[in-house]
Ligand binder design. Sequence first.
Ligand SMILES: *[C@@H]1O[C@H](CO)[C@@H](O)[C@H](O)[C@H]1NC(C)=O
Ligand SMILES: *[C@@H]1O[C@H](CO)[C@@H](O)[C@H](O)[C@H]1NC(C)=O
Ligand SMILES: *[C@@H]1O[C@H](CO)[C@@H](O)[C@H](O)[C@H]1NC(C)=O
Ligand SMILES: *[C@@H]1O[C@H](CO)[C@@H](O)[C@H](O)[C@H]1NC(C)=O
Ligand SMILES: *[C@@H]1O[C@H](CO)[C@@H](O)[C@H](O)[C@H]1NC(C)=O
Length: 284
Amino acid sequence: MFKLLTSVLALTTTVAVAEKFGNFYNYWLYNSTANIFDLTRYGSSNPITLPTLSNRNSSIIIAPERSALVIVDMQNYFLDPELSPGAKAGRAAVAPTLQLIDAFRAKGMPIAWVQWGIDEYDLTHLLSPSFLYGFSDGKHANTSFCSEMGTVHNGTIDAGKLLCRGAWNAQQYGPLYTSYLQGLEMGTDFYFNKNTLSGLWGVFTPFEQWLHDTGVTTLFFGGVNTDQCVFGTMIDAVYKGYDTIMVEDICGTTSPYYATQMVVYNIGGDGWTTNTSMILPALA
Ligand SMILES: *[C@@H]1O[C@H](CO)[C@@H](O)[C@H](O)[C@H]1NC(C)=O
Ligand SMILES: *[C@@H]1O[C@H](CO)[C@@H](O)[C@H](O)[C@H]1NC(C)=O
Ligand SMILES: *[C@@H]1O[C@H](CO)[C@@H](O)[C@H](O)[C@H]1NC(C)=O
Ligand SMILES: *[C@@H]1O[C@H](CO)[C@@H](O)[C@H](O)[C@H]1NC(C)=O
Ligand SMILES: *[C@@H]1O[C@H](CO)[C@@H](O)[C@H](O)[C@H]1NC(C)=O
């Protein structure tokens, strides 16, 4: 009897148990020996292990069933060369974004397009003075959201009302729009309007409703601007208990370099940062 007890004790001390961070429903399992965070929660029929640059280059194990790629504000307003001549970093993010979209779709992981799409109710009830001013010409309130932008591309395109729902300037930029339309047809892509920097600010946004309904808990992020709408949505995702992974090379900004450094530093601590060059091989 005594012998049996000691051998049971010996067994329990040699089999390492991964450390659990979280509660009954929402948790990570961390294996400090392997430096791997298991984010699958209820397991997965097809778990994927991905390298990151955070927490001493830890790896993460994700459940494709509960993971999504979130693309924030890759809209004509922010990326068209005529409307945003300075958005070089954002335009450079387009090619790796398209690659990652294809890789996610191939693994059955959805794409969530989260972007400005102002409507009448937002205009009259929800928009804060700060953003109404920030998106104006700095002088006149009637130049802000949903004001007419006129035509672009030598008069061939009506840009429509500024970041207003359905306007051309509020559509995904260039090849991303084509990819999005394909994704809608395939049933892999989902679209969510937002009315402030964050797609998760407010009582229950359309994007949050979708996360709730689908049970998606692990979010990979890209978009523009890194330090504004992407960071705003990422930090709210952290606050609300979602796994937040910033994919650095599919983010871009027109802000000074230190704005990006702040985001990489903080999301690297609150979640993870990684790069398409690191994760694409594991998704192939
Ligand atoms: C943690 O990782 C180590 C090294 O890869 C492995 O030997 C061990 O079985 C793992 N523990 C758990 C609980 O998965
Ligand atoms: C993490 O990986 C990067 C890139 O390979 C490397 O430069 C860095 O030194 C690594 N950091 C740690 C803590 O191992
Ligand atoms: C916008 O408001 C200014 C006064 O603040 C006015 O002069 C201008 O005509 C208005 N523009 C439009 C398009 O209504
Ligand atoms: C507009 O027209 C000019 C002159 O023909 C041309 O150089 C330019 O590329 C055109 N711009 C766009 C966006 O089509
Ligand atoms: C991230 O990926 C880009 C390609 O999109 C590559 O140019 C860059 O070197 C990579 N950065 C790191 C840190 O791996």
